[in-house]
Ligand binder design. Structure first.
Ligand code: FNR
Length: 409
């Protein structure tokens, strides 16, 4: 399915029929990011009752004020890359095999010296106290209880120290390097001295001028006074996130430098003593450059469709990136992963592991720690089901032969 069946006008209309949470809306509800996010919330009181990951989205919408909900939901322009990230999983069908032994099913993998129970990690999601009072600390507790790796945003609203205490492990530290090299170095040193095993540099957020229309419309409809939490009404990460505290951010004007040339990446490589992952890679050309210039892993990501309207879903970018790095470094992928079958398809196309963004924020907003745990459990259970059904007892059995391109409808 390469074109959407509904016009934007049609799905805006569909959303208008929905109840919009306990915070209410005096005016119109914000338009939805997609047809995928228009369900009514199921009448549930505990995370364990939720049937699938998408059912957490309307629960989060009900729990959150409009602007915070829309901050999670928004893409850019017409939000079509958000939609396609998810919808593109339908481009692939699974070839299930029958004459196999599934007695000992094993979803675990050995990755960079660690044993993971499943090929799933929690990707960076900015400041999560906007969704639940304990924010990243609640996510860290969920990560600990499920043995899942957490990538902490530079914009985390909880301190790295608090997250490490809650997780009993240091997370991967996502890095917005900023356009001031001294700040870049300060952030790296802070994360490395706290014990973070990997620095994940985000490369797909170069414009300080991004306009997330869905978010902006919701902010206009949200009558709360944001200054209570956003000091001086500032949403600039470097002015409020604990990771930046004490650094001289006086010269910072953007989260990423305008010059992200190979020379800059090499300089960054030289500054990072731990593993360095490149997040936001969507082409073979950049995957090759990242590998040649010292990346320890690449993450196929378009930031959940939030920064540029390419209309290119990440699952469609995986094969070229995998081919480019030729197995020399792991390839991770995120974007639109909502089902165990989505995880399966990513692995079949050559990804090593997959990240989730919005689903953890939905789970957190709806139920706190137990919501995040339920999201992880649902994806892992569904992965187990499809592995059993497809005749792939181990992750290594999930190969290109397990999927085929869907035939045109
Ligand atoms: C993000 N993402 C993100 N990425 C990053 O490198 N640093 C960050 O601070 C954030 N912040 C952030 C906030 C919110 C609300 C969302 C939804 C996403 C992107 C994130 O790590 C991931 O790439 C995508 O979210 C994956 O797509 P899905 O799972 O949300 O569809």
């Amino acid at each position: 399915m390469s074109t959407l069946p509904l016009s934007r006008r049609a799905f805006v209309g569909a959303l208008a029929a929905l109840p919009f949470g306990r915070h209410g809306l005096a005016q119109e509800p914000p338009p939805p990011p997609s047809v995928l996010y228009r369900r009514a919330p199921p009448p549930l009181t505990a995370a364990g009752q939720v049937l699938n990951v998408m059912d957490f989205e309307p629960l989060a919408r009900t729990a959150l004020p409009p602007a915070h909900y829309a901050y999670i939901a928004t893409g850019i322009d017409d939000d079509l890359t958000v939609v396609r990230n998810h919808a593109a999983f339908d481009h692939y069908e699974i070839r299930a095999r029958r004459f196999t032994d599934e007695t000992h099913l094993d979803t675990s993998l050995q990755l960079l010296g660690e044993r993971w129970p499943s090929p799933l990690y929690l990707s960076a999601v900015s400041g999560m106290r906007a969704f639940f009072p304990e924010g990243e600390v609640a996510v860290a507790r969920a990560a600990r209880s499920r043995g899942t790796c957490q990538m902490l945003s530079s914009g985390s609203s909880s301190s790295l120290a608090d997250v490490i205490r809650a997780a009993d492990a240091a997370p991967w530290q996502q890095l917005y390097p900023t356009d001031d090299w001294e700040v870049t170095l300060g952030l790296i040193r802070r994360a490395e001295s706290a014990g973070c095993p990997a620095i994940v540099v985000t490369l797909d957020g170069r414009t300080p001028h991004r306009v997330n229309e869905t978010l902006l419309r919701a902010m206009r409809a949200d009558s709360r006074d944001c200054r209570a939490c956003h000091q001086n009404n500032s949403h600039d990460m470097w002015l409020k996130a604990p990771l930046f505290a004490g650094l001289d951010v006086g010269r910072v004007t953007a989260l990423e430098p305008p010059d992200q040339s190979v020379a800059w990446f090499e300089r960054l490589r030289g500054a990072v003593k731990r593993k360095l992952f490149a997040k936001g890679i969507v082409t073979a050309e950049d995957a090759r450059l990242a590998l040649q210039h010292g990346a320890d892993a690449v993450i196929v990501s378009n930031h959940g469709g939030r920064n540029e309207e390419t209309l290119r879903p990440t699952i469609e970018c995986v094969p070229e990136v995998v081919a480019a790095v030729q197995g020399r470094i792991p390839v991770f992928v995120d974007g639109g992963i909502r089902r165990g079958t989505d995880v399966f398809k990513c692995l079949a196309l050559g990804a090593t592991a997959v990240g989730i963004g919005r689903p953890q924020a939905w789970g957190l907003a709806a139920f706190g720690q137990s919501g995040v745990e339920a999201v992880i459990d649902l994806l892992n259970r569904e992965l187990t089901v499809i592995m059993q059904q497809a005749g792939t007892a181990r992750l290594a059995d999930i190969t290109a032969a397990c999927v085929q391109r869907a035939s045109p409808a």
